[in-house]
Every structure is written in structure tokens, then in C-alpha cells.
Write a protein that binds this ligand. Structure first.
Ligand SMILES: Nc1ncnc2c1ncn2[C@@H]1O[C@H](COP(=O)(O)OP(=O)(O)OP(=O)(O)O)[C@@H](O)[C@H]1O
Length: 261
């Protein structure tokens, strides 16, 4: 068997705060293969972000193990790219200085950095905007700067936590299409958290449904729609509708339970 990009085995997470224990994740096991595009959906507070943070090595697990690219995750995982809704684009730096920031942190020299930044700006269709400041950009362009920044040091695995959550519907489609193109061209593994079921189905090869807290994996739906996909047109395919029905059947009771808490 080939090695998985991410192997999650019996992971629990308990937070202790103000004398109270919160069980965020309960015995989660999942294997994500190299090159997969996996989406996590689930009710608010079911531990999706917690799991991403543990894959990134930002917070420790209470028990269990996570192995990424054959390396057990025991500290900050520098081999993943991480993008959240609140990106880390710095307003006082130009676009190219922002995109080059992770390379600066890694001690990459100026000439190599410049070359890499130019490649990244081309990849996200921002060629010619290198000297602009973030305030001069639209929301979608700024998001593309964040995407380029995440990709700059070439991580094989991308962790994305509701990255397009704050964008309007049309812009979201544009960004989704761009992400699919980059995923295919660059052969990345992507783990993508979203509240938007249609987004999960349009993008992912597999959608994982988490139960309400304590989060467990409740259901897995492989999305039987070939790539390359048109994120707008997929919505009209029978396979999309079937996946939506299955996923909503599993997800809706979990959301309802959350509302009753
Ligand atoms: N540092 C912390 N201390 C205590 N409890 C926490 C902490 N971080 C998260 N939690 C709790 O753990 C649970 C899981 O949180 P998490 O943010 O991972 O969920 P989520 O599924 O990503 O939620 P959402 O969809 O709303 O972003 C929640 O009940 C949250 O309140």
C-alpha cells in the first residue's frame, strides 16, 4: 500500500478551560491519500478547525497520532500551507513583499525569492500587481495574494479553513475554479473546511461529515464527478444532486442537534 499524505489515527482532543472540559474530537481516524481533495463539513463547533490545527501542529492532540508525509506531527508542521478566512496579508507590504514573506522566513536569497514570487503571481493571475499595496486590491485579488503566499514555499499539502467564506457568491465561484486549476496543475493534497455543502461537492473528491460535538466522522461521500470540473456547471449534474441529498440527510440532523443545545 502506498503511504498516505495524512494518516490520522484515533485522535482525541479535550480542551480544559475555566474548570470545564470540552471534548472537541472523539476518536477520529482518517487516511487522506496524496493528491486528494478532501472537504470537511459539520455543524459549528464540531472540531473541524481543531483537526486542521492539529495536522498543522499548532495545537497538540490529547491522544492518538497524526502522520504527514511519513513524519509524525509533534510540533509546528512546516510542510503544510495553511489558509484561513482571515488571511495574513500585511497592509504595509506590497503584494510581492507579502508573497515573498514565507520565503524570507525560510532564509531564501533575494534573487531566488524574486523568481519564485513572479511564478506565484503568474499562477494566481496577479502578474503586474507585484508593486501594489493590499488596500489597492479588490477582495478577490487580496485572497489570491494570500493563496500565492501560501503556495510560495511549495508545500505539497494545503490546509484551508473556510478560505472563501467571506467572499460574495460570484467571487467565490471564481476562486473555487482557480483553486481547482492550481490543485490539478501543481498536484497538491488539499483539506478544505467549509460550511457550504455546494462548495464541498463542487471541489472535493471526498466529503467528510462530522457529527456535532464531540466531533466524530459520521459519514463519507465520494464525489463521483470527473475533473476538470466547471464549478458552476457541476451544480446541474445528477451526480451533484445525489451527493447533495446524501450529505444533507447526514448533516441536517447534526445541525438541528446543535440548535437544541
Ligand atoms: N482554546 C480552546 N479552549 C477551549 N475550548 C475550545 C478551544 N478551541 C476550541 N474550543 C472548543 O472546541 C470545539 C471545537 O471547536 P472548533 O473551532 O474546532 O470547531 P469548528 O467545527 O471548526 O467550528 P466552526 O465551524 O464554528 O468554525 C468548540 O466547542 C470550541 O468552543
Amino acid at each position: 500500500m502506498t503511504s498516505a499524505a495524512i494518516s490520522i489515527e484515533g485522535v482525541d482532543k479535550r480542551y480544559i478551560g475555566r474548570g470545564r472540559e470540552v471534548v472537541a474530537l472523539d476518536h477520529v481516524s482518517l487516511r487522506i491519500e496524496e493528491g486528494e481533495f478532501v472537504a470537511f463539513v459539520g455543524p459549528s463547533g464540531c472540531g473541524k478547525s481543531t483537526l486542521l490545527n492539529m495536522i498543522a501542529g499548532i495545537i497538540p492532540m490529547s491522544s492518538g497520532s497524526i502522520v504527514h508525509d511519513d513524519r509524525p506531527v509533534t510540533a509546528i508542521n512546516r510542510h503544510v500551507g495553511y489558509l484561513t478566512q482571515a488571511d495574513s496579508v500585511l497592509p504595509w507590504r506590497t503584494v510581492e513583499q507579502n508573497v515573498g514573506l514565507p520565503l524570507e522566513y525560510r532564509g531564501v536569497g533575494a534573487a531566488e525569492r524574486q523568481k519564485r514570487v513572479a511564478e506565484m503571481l503568474e499562477l494566481v493571475d496577479l502578474k503586474g500587481f507585484g508593486k501594489a499595496f493590499p488596500k489597492e486590491l479588490s477582495g478577490g485579488m487580496r485572497k489570491r495574494v494570500a493563496l500565492a503566499q501560501m503556495l510560495a514555499y511549495g508545500p505539497d499539502t494545503l490546509l484551508m479553513d473556510e478560505p472563501f467564506g467571506a467572499l460574495d457568491a460570484q467571487l467565490k465561484l471564481v476562486m473555487q475554479q482557480q483553486l481547482l486549476r492550481i490543485w490539478q496543475e501543481q498536484k497538491k493534497t488539499i483539506v478544505f473546511v467549509t460550511h457550504d455543502l455546494a462548495e464541498a461537492i463542487a471541489l472535493a473528491s471526498r466529503v467528510i461529515v462530522f457529527s456535532g460535538r464531540p466531533g466524530k466522522i459520521k459519514y463519507v461521500e465520494p464525489i463521483d464527478i470527473p475533473y476538470p470540473r466547471d464549478v458552476f456547471k457541476v451544480r446541474f449534474l445528477p451526480a451533484f444532486e445525489a451527493a447533495y441529498d446524501n450529505l444533507w440527510r447526514e448533516l441536517s440532523p447534526e445541525i438541528a442537534k446543535g440548535e437544541e443545545l
